[in-house]
Write a protein that binds this ligand. Sequence first.
Ligand code: NAG
Ligand code: NAG
Length: 191
Amino acid sequence: MRSHHPPSLFLLISLPLFFSFFTLQPTTSSATLIRDTCRQCSKTDPNLDYEFCTNSLESSPYSRRYSSDLHQLGLLSFNLTRHNVTSTRNFIKHLLKNNKEKKLDPYVKACLNDCLELYTEALRSIKDAEKDYKAKEYDDANIALSSVNDASTTCEDGFNEKEKVVSPLTKRNRYTFQLTVISLSIMNMLT
Ligand SMILES: *[C@@H]1O[C@H](CO)[C@@H](O)[C@H](O)[C@H]1NC(C)=O
Ligand SMILES: *[C@@H]1O[C@H](CO)[C@@H](O)[C@H](O)[C@H]1NC(C)=O
């Protein structure tokens, strides 16, 4: 997912996309770009589910407007990630706040505190990444976005380090992970 792929991999990723652009008719719907992009993304990264990708990108009310070209579609994916990271951070805060009534397991509480820190940092990073992306500074955007991706796995791993502990954030960490993979893949296609 890093930006410096050997040329062969670069071609592998960009050529099919190039041809799909080549054959686009003027009337081609935004859905085509989303499907083509998601097919490429899930081919490049087996961690990414094709259905998740299309569902996410098509979920925005701005899908049509933003999927006129790949750079725009990338912006949409950044927006989805930012909203998701914000929502997860708020959810963690909510769980920690409820601790007063419903006592959390001390280990879970410690993990949640770590995750809150990770997601606070991730929110900063996704905003930076978005700025870099808009300026077409893809290398910087890649680094910032990779740290958001790492935050989701580091958070989840914390819970998994102890037996019989269930992460209350599995689904949300997975969302963040997959959404960042979409953005990273799109940037790969643009460079
Ligand atoms: C986070 O992303 C997932 C997958 O696209 C979506 O189902 C969920 O509604 C999103 N949550 C927010 C708050 O954006
Ligand atoms: C950004 O994502 C949020 C949450 O998914 C959505 O409600 C909003 O309409 C999106 N904005 C744009 C410009 O895509």
